[in-house]
Design a protein around this ligand. Structure first.
Ligand code: ZN
Length: 453
């Protein structure tokens, strides 16, 4: 007897789209096939809908504990569920204290298990303060280690200098885990920022000039060199330029074990939007000119980018309000809109195949980060999926938003394709405008030494 039978939908699989039913028992997919006939306790009619594998967002900042008033598990995971995600990885900052040892890992884990709608993994930090804690973080179950190559904006999470990055990569290699880097050059961004401050710069345009693509490329190249030398596994978060993706591809061709991530805001917005919208679009690396975005899209459409993570990172309104653009907190609220951007800007406008879209949002992250139970609608995997009404045009309103502060640059965007329901391990976590299952989310720990994408 099946617990749940999902009938009549169009499955989005790595091989393409196919009409098939899903048979679910014990939270897992036990049958996938046309016209399944077994008896089921519940049946879900998915006729007319596409069934996507639940999204795995590898880059989220929920800020709990310590900055829960910025964003927390409760509101943040609602936003993710409404956007079709079923799993996510939380960054070691901006929670306070940041996750730099096993005790802070366990504190965040307990909060996630009490409140999260989604299954979740936790990144540990790699900073000059905690090189001696990487083993205990690995033992606790981190997905990998996150380092900043430039100032993180928080004193409690200092940037990894070259020696820290080198030693962190060496330890991560030994532990069979990846190191994720925010790749922007600290010397260059600091230099340009000091010049800007000295001349009284305060506008969005002047902020853009302090973080050029060059700063990203220099740091990417350095991280690739270290990872290659050490044979360590490197993940490049939030790449903003096609040129950075090209550096990663060249390195991969020489045998460097690297994966690449970009974010929906780099794909949906440009510098011109930053000057129009302001604080809600401040981030680092910053938004880019149209030509750079065109290169990024071209790389994505060629299959050269491995995954798209939201880098959802909200802050309260008082941190997002200032006459001085440099004083604003950097971070974009986008957890709810990743799939919408890929469906609209990718599939509808640029012909991104749905199978490629599902690889970017689910399969590649699951493979790269050692979670074989996630990422695809296949027998033996968790029954994590989103029901999507493909092609439906709709406009995102503030009332649709589930994140804490709703200072969200996507409000007013018209999207093609809408998430109708999201299921985690066979149970609905989002349906219509209802959410269910807070605290059902479980900690995800990686199979170490997971493979390339
Ligand atoms: Zn981030």
């Amino acid at each position: 007897m099946l617990e749940l039978l999902v009938r009549g939908g169009t499955l989005v699989t790595p091989a393409g789209e196919r009409r098939a039913d899903l048979g679910i028992t014990g939270g897992q997919l036990v049958e996938v096939g046309e016209e399944l006939t077994g008896a089921a306790t519940r049946t879900l009619d998915a006729a007319g809908l596409h069934v996507f594998p639940g999204g795995l967002d590898v880059h989220v900042h929920l800020n709990e504990p310590g900055r829960t008033h910025w964003e927390g598990f409760e509101t943040g995971t609602r936003a993710l569920a409404a956007g079709g995600a079923t799993s996510f990885f939380d960054m070691p900052l901006n929670s306070s204290p940041p996750v730099l040892d096993a005790a802070t890992f366990q504190e965040k884990r307990a909060l996630g298990e009490a409140k999260s709608l989604l299954d979740f993994g936790l990144w540990g930090g790699l900073t000059p303060l905690n090189l001696d804690k990487l083993d205990e973080l690995a033992g606790a179950g981190v997905i990998g280690f996150k380092a900043f190559m430039s100032n993180s904006g928080l004193d409690e999470f200092p940037a990894a200098d070259d020696a820290t990055l080198y030693e962190g990569l060496r330890a991560a290699k030994r532990l069979g885990l990846p190191v994720a880097v925010h790749a922007e050059s600290e010397p260059l961004t600091r230099h340009f920022s000091e010049l800007a401050r000295a001349r009284g710069a305060h506008t969005a345009r002047e902020y853009l000039e302090t973080r050029p693509v060059l700063a990203e490329l220099e740091a990417v190249q350095r991280a690739l060199l270290y990872a290659g030398e050490l044979g360590a596994k490197l993940h490049l978060v939030h790449l903003s330029s096609g040129a950075a993706v090209a550096l990663a591809l060249e390195a991969r061709a020489r045998g460097v074990d690297v994966s690449t991530e970009t974010c929906p805001h780099y794909l949906h917005f440009t510098e011109a939007d930053l000057e129009r919208v302001g604080a809600a679009l401040k981030c680092a690396p910053p938004l880019r000119p149209q030509a750079v975005q065109d290169d990024l899209w071209a790389a994505l459409l060629r299959g050269e980018i491995d995954m798209v993570g939201s880098d959802h990172s909200p802050a309260p309104p008082d941190r997002k309000t200032s006459e001085n653009f440099f004083a604003l907190w950097g971070g974009v609220s986008g957890a709810q809109s990743t799939l919408s951007v890929l469906l609209t800007d990718g599939h509808a406008r640029r012909g991104l195949p749905l199978a490629a879209l599902a690889a970017l949002s689910a399969l590649n992250p699951a493979r790269r980060f050692g979670l074989p139970q996630k990422g695809a609608l296949e027998v033996g995997r968790d029954a994590d999926f989103a029901l999507v009404e493909l092609g439906r045009e709709w406009t995102l309103t503030r009332e649709d938003l589930q994140d804490r502060w709703k200072q969200n640059p996507y409000v007013g965007s018209t999207f093609s394709g809408q998430v109708r329901a999201t299921y985690l391990r066979g149970q609905p976590i989002f349906q219509g405008d209802q959410f269910d299952g807070a605290g059902r989310g479980r900690l995800l720990t990686p199979r170490r030494s997971a493979g390339a994408v």
